[in-house]
Design a protein around this ligand. Structure first.
Ligand code: NAD
Length: 419
């Protein structure tokens, strides 16, 4: 009987993915160590005054993985279990993601270990402003640019931009993306991650000859990314039959009305209890028979323990790192077509790049233009990765990683080793 392996940390998983792809690339001397290491790691313990007058000390991180191709770019998450290893993995994935879609950024990520859902708006603002000040020595539109991630949103980005600007003495919109429109945000940013994932799913459906109009879809995670991709699939005519969030899941084999489900979640705080549905656990939706499975919640959701029970033809990683290496192997053996995170959820950073460019130019683009540019970049990236997968005869993750590592290696070689 096969013994289930312990689930690796997100960072161990990211390094394992690197090693698999590195076998297919000629790495020059020193490159293996350079590309696996995180360049800068900042940990900060900082006090925040809570509404009841108590002072609590929080721990936060900002990690820059690799800056060979441009300024550091990556989101900030607020989540109780945020830790150094998780942020390292997420920073590394950002480097590869920016390289796969060929935008001129390096990779970074950050986070604060906190339960944002249980904090008041005023507490969140104080935490955000203090954390931004703590990491501001790394930040700047040419140095390191922040963005939203789990449990952070446009409002949090607005506070971050304001805090950095207050300390500078003038407005610096380009230090943060995912801001509200009124302070220099971009049209099309809020739903960019899900929309980009949708474009990649359409490309995959074309090469797999999968008719999305008659397809069934299951989505784990109903936040920014999950809502957007579920909405696009629903609008296209696919049947979204199962959706979950951290409180639970809902199933309706006839298809869920996503617009109504968003309303229900906004009013009640969860998808749970949506009328005419069967209830399930947050992870049951990963095992429901469907054509397209979209993990859009967090890391390590499909592992050696449950991958065998995944019954989808196509898995699109809208979340970062939802599949472990062991799950990759099992799904590959089962013939499941995998769209890896660094390709499938890159739409967010692509439109963040558009926002940054608009901020630097102080000139704003129309939404149609943004959707069209996003689609072009996502389709181009899919084509490059698919071609590499065919050439090397490997899965799409290994191919995407090979494209990304080669791109970052080339930039590093062209710059040379300082001094
Ligand atoms: P979010 O906070 O808006 O939403 C997260 C959702 O996941 C919530 O609905 C939450 O209830 C749900 N969730 C949490 N734990 C769960 C569990 N165990 N089972 C089921 N659902 C669970 O966050 P988001 O910005 O949508 O990010 C989701 C994922 O997408 C993360 O992995 C993030 O790194 C990735 N991502 C986000 C962006 C972006 O632009 N927001 C870009 C790229 C990747």
């Amino acid at each position: 009987m096969a013994v289930a392996q312990a689930v690796l940390s997100a960072y161990e998983n990211a390094l394992g993915q690197f090693d698999r792809a590195a076998r297919y690339i000629k790495l020059e001397a020193g490159m293996y160590d350079i590309l696996r290491a995180c360049k800068r790691e900042l940990t900060t313990h900082f006090p925040v005054r809570m509404d009841d007058g108590a002072i609590r000390v929080f721990t936060g991180y900002r990690i820059q993985h690799n800056l060979a191709r441009g300024p550091a770019k990556g989101g900030i998450r607020y989540y109780p279990k945020v830790n150094l290893d998780e942020v390292r993995a997420l920073a590394m994935w950002m480097t590869w993601k920016c390289a796969v879609v060929n935008i001129p950024f390096g990779g970074a990520k950050g986070g604060v270990a906190c339960d944002a859902k249980s904090m008041s708006l005023a507490e969140l603002e104080r935490l955000t402003r203090r954390f931004t000040s703590e990491i501001s020595l790394l930040l700047g539109p040419e140095r390191d640019i922040l963005a939203p991630d789990m449990y952070t949103n446009a409002q949090v980005m607005g506070w971050m931009m304001d805090t950095y600007s207050m300390n500078k003495g003038y407005s610096v919109p380009g230090v943060v993306t995912g801001k509200p429109l009124s302070i220099g945000g971009s049209r099309g940013r809020v739903d960019a991650t899900g929309r980009g994932c949708f474009y990649i799913i359409m490309e995959a459906a074309r090469v797999l000859d999968l008719d999305l109009l008659s397809s069934t879809v299951s989505v784990q995670g109903f936040g920014n990314a999950g809502i957007s991709v579920a909405s696009r699939m629903h609008e296209l005519g696919s049947k979204v039959i199962a959706v979950s969030d951290s409180s639970g899941g809902v199933i309706n084999q006839r298809g869920l009305n996503i617009r109504e489900l968003i309303r229900h979640k906004t009013e009640t705080g969860s998808v749970v209890g949506f009328p005419d549905t069967e209830s399930c656990s947050p992870t049951d939706v990963l095992e429901i028979p469907c054509d397209v499975l979209i993990p859009a919640a967090m890391e390590n959701q499909v592992t050696g323990d449950n991958a065998e029970r995944v019954r989808a033809k196509l898995v699109a990683e809208c979340a970062n790192g939802p599949l472990t290496l062991e799950a990759d192997d099992i799904l590959h053996e089962k013939g499941v077509f995998l769209l890896p995170d660094i390709l499938a959820n890159a739409g967010g950073v692509v439109v963040s790049y558009f926002e940054w460019v608009q901020n630097l130019q102080e000139l704003f683009w129309k939404e149609d233009h943004i959707h069209q540019q996003l689609r072009e970049i996502m389709s181009g990236a899919f084509a490059r990765v698919y071609e590499k997968a065919q050439l090397l005869d490997v899965d799409m993750r290994t191919a995407a990683m090979a494209v990304a590592i080669s791109t970052v290696q080339e930039a590093t070689m062209m710059r040379g080793i300082f001094p």
